[in-house]
Design a protein around this ligand. Structure first.
Ligand SMILES: Nc1ncnc2c1ncn2[C@@H]1O[C@H](COP(=O)(O)OP(=O)(O)O)[C@@H](O)[C@H]1O
Ligand SMILES: Nc1ccn([C@H]2C[C@H](O)[C@@H](COP(=O)(O)OP(=O)(O)O)O2)c(=O)n1
Length: 227
């Protein structure tokens, strides 16, 4: 089974997808981490992100290994564990420049399809999450979900993650990496409105466990009850 989940920043894609994958015994692919790893690789190699062709060339050499265990997802580039390095504010601020490069999207989309196919062939199935999984990377997925949440809820969640608080100052400090990044990313991929056949789950008024359950309910409604 392939489950595709898209949505904006802070909607809960990564955490909820991991919860769903764990509950169903599926692999888990964080495609945002692949764009972050590509950004890290270009900066590590001194490639200016404004040079579209140089970035695309560098990403074609990306020696990326994604660990797809939902309990312990990992990201290695050239043998280096970059799991923490790709979550820094520097990468969060820079990643849209790489994610809006259409040559990069073609290359990473190819890698993502290969990961999904390899999970399918191994008979394990996978939950893949990002911005264009339901529409471009795996439009034929068995289950397709758009996970949304109000701007207010998304900002508060990210503020708690990054600053340990959701007071006004923390929310303001988070605005760039949530709303500006979504606005930039939206110029090349549409993840605010569900495409045909994609089920919307709005997590604004749900807690984490309720959101995982809501997605599991969608899975069950599409593929039937689990054995
Ligand atoms: N339904 C929810 N209610 C409250 N907090 C949530 C919910 N879903 C996710 N979170 C929390 O919000 C934060 C952002 O979630 P994350 O999975 O990183 O979102 P995304 O991958 O969409 O950016 C995390 O700390 C996560 O635990
Ligand atoms: N399938 C995808 C996944 C992520 N991206 C882009 C969008 C984001 O700016 C970056 C990082 O994604 P990530 O899911 O880690 O972002 P969050 O911080 O969880 O909101 O990559 C994309 O363009 N397409």
């Amino acid at each position: 089974m392939v489950v595709a989940i898209d949505g904006p920043s802070g909607s809960g894609k990564s955490s909820v997808s991991r919860g769903v994958a764990s509950a169903l015994g599926l692999a888990y692919l964080d495609t945002g981490a692949m764009y972050r790893a590509a950004t890290w690789w270009c900066l590590h190699r001194g490639v200016p992100l404004s040079d579209v062709d140089a970035v695309a060339g560098q990403v074609r050499t990306l020696p990326l290994v994604m660990g797809v265990d939902p309990q312990h997802p990992t990201v290695h580039v050239d043998g280096i564990d970059v799991g923490e390095a790709i979550r820094t504010t520097e990468i969060s601020a820079a990643v849209s420049a790489v994610a809006t490069n259409l040559q990069v999207r073609a290359e990473l989309g190819r890698l993502q399809r290969a990961e999904i196919e390899s999970a399918r062939v191994r008979g394990r199935g996978i939950v893949a999450e990002g911005r264009d999984i339901t529409t471009v990377v795996a439009p034929d997925a068995d289950v397709r979900v758009l996970l949304t949440a109000s701007e207010e809820a998304r900002l508060a969640r990210r503020a708690r993650d990054v600053h340990g608080s959701d007071d006004a100052a923390a929310v303001e400090a988070t605005r760039d990496q949530v709303l500006r990044r979504d606005a930039d990313d939206s110029t090349v991929v549409q993840f605010h409105v569900a495409a045909d056949g994609v089920v919307t789950v709005d997590s604004s008024h749900l807690d984490f466990d309720q959101t995982v359950q809501a997605v599991l309910d969608v899975v069950e409604s599409v593929v039937g009850p689990r054995a």
